[in-house]
Structure formats: C-alpha cells, structure tokens
Write a protein that binds this ligand. Structure first.
Ligand SMILES: [Zn+2]
Length: 311
C-alpha cells in the first residue's frame, strides 16, 4: 500500500490551516460548544428553557444571558479532568487524523513539550472514542484472525506468549469498512459469536480453512480458501483484504508504537479501523475526531467495544 499517496486538494486540511483555525484554547472551547449545541441555544436548568449563553472570561464556561447560570462544555468529555491545554489536545487530534500509519506519543511530546506520559495518555483517551459499532453488510465480507503485539523482552525478541489474538471482518464492496476486535481465545465459539453479531445473515463470507470457521455455512454462504494446502487465491475466494488490513496494523504498531500490551490493543485497533473506515475523508478525519470528542455519551460504559476490552 502506498503510504505517501497524495490527498486530493478538497480533502486536505493543512497544518497551516489548523494553526489559523485553532490559535488558542478559547477557539477550541468555542468549537466544542458549537459541536454540542449547533444552534447556539443551550438549555438552562435554572430558567428551565433554552437560552443564549455568553463566554465567561477566564473560565472554561458559558453563562445564561438571563440568569447567569454556568455551563461547562467539557464536562463528561476526555478533556474534563485534564490539566493539558485544550489546544494541545486539538493538536494531538490533528496529528492523529493526518496520518495513515499512526503517530507516536514521542512526536506530540516533541511538538508540544508535554511529557511522554501525558502525550501517551492523551492518545489513549482519543483512541477510546473511536470504537464504532458496525454491522457489516454488502455483497460479501472476509473474516480472519491473527496474533498481534507482545511486549519486547530484549532488543529484538518478542515474547510469543504475550501476543494477543484479534479477529477482523472487512466488507469487500460498498463502504468497505472493517471491524477488528481483541478476542480472549482463538476458539470456534469466540469467532462465530463475533460473526453472528457483526455479519448479516445470508451474506457471503470468505475465510481460510481453519476449523474455527466450520459451520458458518448454516447461516451464511461460506467460502473457504485452503491456506493449509498453500492456496491463497482461487477466483474471488481469498482473504487478501483483511490480511492487508492486518499488515497495515502490524506495520504501524511495529514502526510507531514498538510494543503494545493486550490491555491497550483494542484502543489501537479502534484507531486503525477508524482511519481505515473514514479513509475517503482524506485528512478531514480531524473534524470527525473533534466531533466525537465533543460527545460525552461516547465515553459512557455502554460503548460498543467494551465487550471485548480486556480487564
Ligand atoms: Zn438561565
């Protein structure tokens, strides 16, 4: 895959433009307010009706122009408890949205002067927002499982015991979206539960010939490619699309994040899937990230990926 592919002009959001649009914390806060209340009217609990609100100087707050009651747009968002300036958060989201292959915490550390720990935490928080509850459809999907990660024991050795199983499904047509999740065990039950939850009945499903996929033909048109016999493509029977996604993730994690423990792998999968699923947006992914970050409900426990998050 070409990592340096040029983004069409209309889908480009340059760093210069970003710096012009978001010069300081106040503008960033205003952006979040606009995302949450696009009409500019905000419900005032004291007046018990929608009112115009004005910015309170020196506070991350707006006040009702009738009774003065304060509202805080950052409450419930990833920014609420952070002491890191809002603009640095926006910078982190800009960087995350502008790359195909992932940005390291080191990079945001260098650019903004926050500590590595702070930079890492920010990225982790943003990734949490990127879980998407997809139901895959379309003419056909590919499903596959693989092992990812593992903490580095010595300079070049990875501990295979620490690798984590992940399962993924990708649509071959239509929006060609991907869904990827950490699984506790590489078992028939784990994989088929995910298939049934994510793939519409009667879809055409392509997998390899692993035994875990036996029986999918009850609910799906199931085609299997005989990887154990060294066959990788037979007409349209292959799993190259999902394998391409795995190599994107593995290359990215290997090159950028070095090692990822099981605990955080789902968040990284969210990031890669989100970027993959919104690749038609060029680097206009940044506004999507701001939109998500402005929605407190995305952080509530009902978030869809939770089922597969390791404890
Ligand atoms: Zn009021």
């Amino acid at each position: 895959m070409n990592r340096r592919q040029t983004i069409p002009k209309e889908l480009r959001y340059t760093r210069n433009q970003f710096d012009k649009d978001f010069p300081n914390d106040d503008v960033c806060l205003e952006q979040i307010k606009q995302q949450r209340w696009p009409s500019g009217m905000i419900y005032c609990a004291t007046c018990e009706r929608e009112r115009k609100h004005y910015r309170v100087t020196g506070r991350m707050a707006y006040a009702c122009d009738r009774c003065g009651n304060h509202i805080y747009p950052l409450v419930g968002t990833i920014f609420q408890k952070s002491t890191t300036p809002l603009r640095i958060w926006f910078q982190a989201m800009y960087l995350m949205g502008s790359t195909r292959c992932g940005i390291s915490a080191k990079q945001i550390q260098r650019e903004t002067g926050v500590t590595y720990k702070t930079a890492w935490r920010m990225f982790n928080q943003i990734r949490k927002l990127l879980a998407e509850d997809l139901r895959l459809e379309g003419y056909s999907v590919e499903m596959d499982e693989t092992q990812i990660g593992g903490r580095r024991r010595k300079r070049t050795m990875y501990d295979p015991q620490n690798k984590t199983w992940v399962a993924g499904i990708v649509e071959r047509k239509g929006e060609r979206r991907v869904y990827a999740t950490v699984i506790d065990e590489n078992t028939k039950k784990a994989l088929q539960d995910i298939a049934h939850e994510k793939i519409l009945p009667k879809s055409v499903v392509f997998t390899d010939d692993a035994a875990q996929y036996h029986g999918l033909d009850v609910d799906y048109h199931h085609h299997r490619i005989n990887h154990s016999q060294g066959v990788y493509v037979m007409g349209n029977v292959h799993t190259n699309t999902i394998e391409g996604f795995w190599s994107l993730v593995k290359r990215g994690l290997g090159g950028v994040y070095h090692s990822v423990s099981k605990k955080y792998l789902q968040n990284y999968l969210n990031e890669y899937s989100f970027r993959y699923n919104h690749r038609a947006c060029g680097n206009l992914i940044f506004p999507l990230l701001v939109e998500r970050a402005s929605q407190p409900e995305l952080l509530k426990p009902s978030e869809p990926a939770k089922r597969n998050l390791p404890a």
